[in-house]
Design a protein around this ligand. Structure first.
Ligand code: ZN
Length: 178
């Protein structure tokens, strides 16, 4: 399911400023949220800093999909229609948009331009992950609500990445709950 997301560093919490990259598929909390929570603990040994270097700095064009992929494979993407979860071995690798045949240029997402349903905003030196949801008040109605005041009404949840795993399904907006 195409649910657009953003993986970002929180730049200024007071002003709601962030900077990061795009993530195309299944970016709701029980998809990308859970993936980020688990990936930090497993592959990156609890280091938010190390995770963001790979997810943002090393792949500045962003991602088609990182849910359910094998990080022992080299990231890349052949085609825009390399859909995840269709038994295609190409889809087992982390599907970034910069490497592989797709070859997209860097594409920075900020609160000024992020057309995303969910933003996962991290700070490197603590263990928190903010989930911002610009559709929180009106799910699935496309509207630009970043940059509005007060921006913190967009906060869906604040996750302690060192704490117990949250109930991701309960964090999904009702329309997405299975
Ligand atoms: Zn890449």
């Amino acid at each position: 399911m195409s649910t657009r997301g953003c993986i970002a560093r929180l730049i200024d919490r007071e002003r709601g400023q962030f900077k990061g990259v795009f993530h195309h598929w299944d970016s709701y909390p029980s998809g990308l949220g859970k993936t980020l929570f688990d990936l930090r603990r497993t592959r990156f040994g609890g280091s938010t800093k190390d995770m963001l270097k790979v997810l943002i700095d090393d792949h500045p064009a962003g991602w088609e999909n990182i849910n359910g992929v094998d990080w022992n494979l080299k990231p890349g993407c052949y085609y825009k229609d390399d859909f995840p979860g269709q038994g295609n071995p190409r889809c087992m690798r982390p599907q970034c948009r910069c490497h592989g045949e797709q070859g997209c240029p860097p594409d920075e997402f900020t609160e000024e331009n992020a057309d995303a349903e969910y933003v996962y905003a991290f700070t490197e030196n603590d263990s928190k992950m903010l989930i911002l949801c610009p559709y929180l008040k009106d799910v699935f109605k496309v509207q630009r609500t970043f940059g509005v005041e007060p921006w913190d009404r967009l906060i869906l949840a604040e996750i302690d990445l060192n704490g117990d795993e949250p109930n991701w399904q309960a964090l999904n907006p009702e329309e997405l709950r299975g």
